[in-house]
Design a protein. Structure first.
Length: 290
């Protein structure tokens, strides 16, 4: 059987770029195996499957071309933006159920925002730190002075790596097998590499995301990584702001400009939760077998 899957680009920067995700509505009629097959046929980094939920307004399941993943930021933004454009949402506050619970969704005009949790930080062992650097063709001198790579988890764990310059981020030399091996040890989604330099003024960081463990060589916008990066900027680099703007996709070999807005919620000076969001637009309809 053939189905039509809308491809929705999330976190577009103006009217261009963004990160494409498949969105499958009324997905309760498909088995787990069919969903994985559809995601492989769609071929993008993630496809979202939407079905009824008993604890939230909607249940969302996310599949890469090779496996299921707990959360996906750009596919969440794509899904709720698309449902709003279809007229399926009649209020600005809604919610999603994922593998590990309920998350709130906020819609503001053309923007959709998703809730993430308070950050949890984990350091690498010295040996794995060196292995992670080598997997990107980096040395200690490439790291931004005063900070070290750190695993940050606001719902999905990413290794956040701060480099000195935009050129350093652009010039990394990824060794996919080694990135995947380090990711496997720490159960990471992937590596999020950034510098404080950006393509457009007024933004806080320019980043790249590599996740070969999940079959993703690189993607152009990652909401579940931008949240951890905003926390890292606040807690590790002491950037005392409540709102951050993260660029991604500009430095890819084939650029797809993206921008992600992050709002931190704090209690007694500590981050208690956050919202990450942006705009989305349908780019195509793809036919796949299920």
């Amino acid at each position: 059987m053939e189905i039509k899957v809308p491809i929705v680009n999330a976190f577009v920067d103006g009217n261009v770029g963004g990160n494409p995700a498949g969105v499958v509505l009324d997905a309760q009629k498909y088995t787990h195996e069919q969903k994985q097959h559809i995601a492989a046929g769609v071929g993008f980094s993630e496809t979202a499957f939407v079905s009824p939920s008993s604890i939230a307004d909607y249940r969302l399941e996310f599949f890469t071309p090779t496996r299921q993943i707990a959360h996906c930021g750009h596919a969440t933004i794509a899904t709720f933006s698309y449902m709003k454009q279809l007229g399926r949402l009649n209020r600005d506050q809604t919610s999603k159920e994922t593998i590990d619970g309920r998350r709130e969704i906020l819609l503001e005009g053309e923007y959709a925002f998703m809730e993430q949790l308070a950050p949890r930080y984990t350091d690498l062992s010295q040996a794995d730190h060196l292995r992670a650097m080598a997997s990107l063709g980096l040395s200690a001198s490439d790291i931004l002075e005063g900070v070290q790579p750190c695993i940050v988890n606001t719902g999905n764990p990413f290794l956040v790596i701060a480099l000195r310059s935009q050129e350093d981020v652009k010039s990394i030399l990824p060794i996919k097998a080694e990135i995947a091996a380090v990711s496997e040890i720490y159960d990471l989604i992937g590596f999020y590499i950034f510098s404080p330099q950006t393509m457009k003024e007024g933004r806080d960081a320019g980043a790249r995301m590599l996740a070969p463990r999940y079959g993703i060589d690189e993607e152009s916008a990652t909401g579940m990584a931008a949240g951890p990066l905003a926390c890292y900027l606040h807690d590790k680099l002491n950037v005392q702001k409540d709102s951050f703007t993260i660029e991604q996709g500009y430095l890819m070999p084939q650029p797809s400009p993206s921008v992600i807005s992050v709002r931190l919620h704090k209690e007694n000076g500590s981050i208690s939760s956050l919202l990450a969001g942006g705009m989305a637009a349908v780019s195509e309809i793809r036919k796949v077998d299920c």
